[in-house]
Design a protein around this ligand. Structure first.
Ligand SMILES: [Fe+2]
Length: 346
């Protein structure tokens, strides 16, 4: 009888015990390189001009009420059908047309909004109405009632960023529908900004939540701050330019526990140093134009484009004009677990 030269008794053992829901670690991991992260997600860019027509068509074929949320989800090309832009994050562009209401609900996922086009829509979070203007960043704490509406006379489109894949992974998804379309207004507009957005806190303030008590971080003062810092010619980062983090003013921590959000300025002809970090980031262009070079592949961006750089992919940024980028990532989760790393230079 001829011996089977290719037989691997250890592999045979591994395969045989699988019937008892067992795996031999040393066989299963054989040849697998786990020396560094290798996210299956890929870098990708959605040019706003290319997809604006699709967003408009969505507005023609379904109402906000029927869709519940009229969103075109930005799916990572590596994850078709999975509704995620990185392993842990969701991104979508939501359209609310004049007169529409996206009905009230709440869920265990955390959400952020970043207004891409239009002014005058609103979101109501736990009874406080928040007006949305271009470039505004708005947070929706998990398990807070929220509905959206648009009483302006133009379309409003914003980027929704959620931690949905992370919450799915943890098996912690809950959702609830409010009995009415819209939550009653129980606090005056601007209340959170007045209490927490002036560099002061009410006497006796005690945090009720690990989320920022702020709801809206308006674009105009953030943009003015970047402009002022630019003139001071200090605080520049060789990779990111002038980059600011949206924070919880009561703690100095990130505005949300699962997602960090940033706004960064890069001057004309900025050429950033090579960078990588373990958190994959979703970028939305507010002003300017330039490119992101990821693992040698170039993605040209302009106003309102969205692009994603997965974790531990080497990239750098260049700007052709004065440019402002909004971005978000799961950095706070990684940092709190002691897992976050970054590397500058190739
Ligand atoms: Fe929601």
């Amino acid at each position: 009888m001829t011996p089977d030269i290719g037989a691997d008794p250890q592999k045979e053992f591994h395969d045989r015990i699988s019937a008892r829901n067992l795996a031999a670690l040393w066989v299963a991991r054989r040849g697998v390189d786990i020396s560094k992260p290798k996210s299956p997600a890929v870098a990708a860019l959605w040019r706003y001009d290319d997809i604006r027509g699709d967003i408009a068509e969505a507005g023609d074929i379904v109402s906000a009420e029927d869709a519940f949320r009229r969103v075109l989800v930005l799916e990572n090309p590596a994850y078709p059908g999975e509704m995620r832009i990185t392993n842990t994050l969701y991104a979508g562009l939501q359209l609310v047309k004049p007169g529409e209401i996206a009905p009230c609900h709440r869920h265990s996922q955390t959400a952020l909004r970043f207004v891409v086009e239009g002014d005058g829509a609103y979101t109501t979070v736990e009874g406080e109405r928040v007006r949305l203007s271009q470039g505004d960043f708005v947070i929706t704490r998990n398990w807070s009632w929220h509905d959206h509406g648009n009483d302006s006379d133009g379309d409003v489109i914003w980027l929704d960023g959620l931690d949905t894949p992370l919450v799915d992974f943890l098996d912690t998804v809950f959702r609830d529908f409010y009995p009415e379309q819209a939550h009653p207004l129980t606090r005056p507009e601007g209340d959170a900004a007045a209490r927490y957005g002036t560099g002061m806190l009410p006497m006796g303030f005690e945090a009720e939540s690990i989320y920022s008590p702020m709801l809206r971080y308006p674009y105009a003062p953030a943009r003015a701050a970047l402009d002022k810092m630019r003139r001071a010619k200090s605080g520049w980062d060789e990779c990111h330019g002038l980059k600011m983090r949206y924070i919880n003013p009561a703690s100095g921590d990130d505005a949300m526990p699962t997602m960090a959000a940033f706004l960064q300025f890069m001057p004309k002809d900025f050429s950033g140093a090579t960078y990588r970090s373990t958190d994959g980031a979703v970028y939305c262009v507010t002003e300017g134009s330039g490119r992101c070079i990821v693992d040698g592949e170039t993605f040209e961006w302009g106003p309102r484009d969205v692009f994603v750089v997965p974790g531990w992919h080497e990239y750098r940024l260049e700007a052709d004009a004065d440019s402002v980028l909004f971005s978000y990532s799961d950095q706070p989760v990684q940092q709190k677990l002691g897992l976050w790393r970054e590397m500058r230079g190739a």
